[in-house]
Design a protein around this ligand. Structure first.
Ligand code: SAH
Ligand code: SF4
Ligand code: F3S
Length: 459
């Protein structure tokens, strides 16, 4: 019987994986599992994994190594791998790691309770890496919950059809499929009724939401904009090629759509962009930035960059620096290229040496972070509307996000601010975040007791 078992889930990777872990937890709880926050005490240990770079996979493999000792002590423990490493390695992972009981991919979430039943009742070792076939539409309503976080994420599509030459996602998440707008809006209403104020729609290639159906992302945004009591809408991640005029213009005319957009450019050199199979040039990217700023002059743009892609010369790299200088992003995630098995780029033989990648990463960081710091410092003395989401990581202060998606630590906010949009006067800024005081309360720091914070619902 599985009904008296406890489960510990550890999540790696992107927001989509965080969302998937929530769904796994909900599905398993419905089938009698209890959540167990202490890995040593859990009957089932499930790792929801990420495959995007080699380092991400190493983390999973080394944790599995450590878990072996737990299983040596207690052979009844059940250990499983879910998510993108599960999908990529499948049976091979089960074969190389004897302590593993099951390996599943991202499309097996609904089948998890049955898989665990099989592991327990038959003692089988199970692999389920079936990516669902056929059709452009799928259904995945969120389980109704009594309680929602102030800022919730909602997956509206899965997969990616782009096949950028470096990327593992299309291989581990399959083809693009979208959920119907009606189902998504029903979820939005449910989440709002349970306390959510902000929804971020998630998709690996969200601009093409609705592909193969009559529905589009613009329509979804418009419908969400009409949901009373929802206050903020965001979506992620956009591909520059698929960001059309209608989507860009919505930043100028859709009240609830936050003035912030994550628009990865990956590389500044047209030659490298071509090798990456990104299907745009630097000039085209900059033209979209201009259109976005035309519709919404204050829009906060953030980006992803890969340095050291195979064949990237110093001249190519300088184009990346040039783009960082020209756009002055509000946020940037910079990565060293990592070869992923099975991708087209993994066959390119002109890899950039590790020390060169390292040096380029530092140079790109210096420029990108320099602009971010400057922008953040410019906010000192200004007031930002922040949705208070939770206590910060240290459990010291309440934190929220500004409209432009900056993390703001609020030094004098109390529990009553949780889930509210409040005005915060910014007094301090670093690259990573802003600090300030809620204008509606005395300017006295209210640092929380970490012991108390432990009892507050997690973000
Ligand atoms: N679907 C999103 C994000 C994909 S993964 C998009 O298309 O933008 C997040 C980021 O990881 C990518 O934007 C890219 O910058 C980075 N990334 C993906 N594959 C990588 C690889 N093989 N090596 C290094 N960085 C990679
Ligand atoms: Fe990967 Fe490109 Fe798809 Fe993004 S758009 S998930 S980088 S293949
Ligand atoms: Fe990683 Fe899979 Fe997300 S590879 S980034 S967890 S889609």
């Amino acid at each position: 019987m599985v009904s008296d078992k406890s489960i510990y889930i550890k999540t790696f990777g992107c927001q989509m994986n965080v969302y998937d872990s929530d769904r796994m937890r909900a599905g398993l709880e419905k089938n009698g599992f209890r959540p167990e926050p202490d890995v040593r005490r859990a009957d089932v240990i499930l790792l929801n994994t990420c495959s995007i770079r080699e380092k991400a996979e190493h983390k999973v493999l080394s944790l599995l190594g450590q878990l072996r000792t737990l299983k040596d002590r207690d052979p009844h423990k059940v250990i499983g791998v879910a998510g993108c490493v599960g999908q990529r390695m499948g049976r091979a992972l089960l074969q190389t790691i004897p302590a593993l009981d099951f390996v599943v991919g991202p499309d097996a979430i609904d089948r998890l309770p049955g898989i665990l039943e099989e592991v327990y009742s038959k003692g089988s070792r199970v692999v389920d890496t079936q990516l669902d076939g056929g059709g452009r539409v799928y259904s995945q309503p969120v389980p109704s919950a009594a309680w929602a976080r102030p800022a919730e994420f909602l997956t509206v599509m899965k997969g990616c059809d782009h096949f950028c030459s470096y990327c593992i996602v299309p291989f581990v998440r399959g083809r693009e499929k979208s959920r119907p707008i009606a189902e998504i809006i029903a979820d939005v209403k449910r989440l709002v009724a349970a306390g959510a104020k902000e929804i971020t729609f998630l998709g690996q290639n969200i601009n093409t939401y609705g592909k193969g159906t009559a529905e589009t992302l613009s329509q979804l945004i418009d419908e969400a904009d009409r949901v009373t009591e929802l206050e903020r809408i965001r979506y992620v991640t956009s591909h520059p090629r698929d960001l059309n005029e209608e989507l860009m213009s919505q930043f100028g005319n859709t009240p609830k759509l936050c003035p912030a957009l994550h628009l990865p450019f990956q590389a500044g050199s047209d030659r490298i962009l071509k090798r990456m199979a990104r299907f745009y040039t630097q000039a085209e990217y900059l033209a979209k930035v201009e259109r976005l700023r035309h519709y919404c002059p204050d829009i906060a743009l953030s980006t992803d960059v890969i340095v050291g892609f195979p064949g990237e010369t110093e001249e190519d790299f300088k184009q990346t620096l040039h783009l960082l200088e020209s756009v002055r992003f509000s946020g940037a995630f910079l990565f060293k290229y990592s070869s992923r098995p099975g991708t087209r780029a993994s066959h390119f033989t002109d890899e950039v040496a590790e020390p060169v990648k390292e040096e380029r990463l530092e140079r790109a960081q210096e420029i990108a972070y320099g602009w971010i710091k400057k922008e953040n410092e410019g906010k000192k003395g200004r007031k930002e509307k922040c949705l208070i989401e939770s206590l910060d990581k240290k459990g010291s202060y309440y934190m929220g996000r500004s409209l432009s998606n900056k993390v703001v630590h609020v030094l004098n906010a109390g529990a009553a601010c949780l889930g509210k949009i409040i005005e915060v006067e910014i007094t301090d800024a670093t690259v990573a975040s802003l600090k300030g005081y809620y204008v509606g309360a005395p300017k006295v720091s209210r640092q929380m007791d970490p012991k108390i914070s432990a009892s507050v619902p997690p973000a």
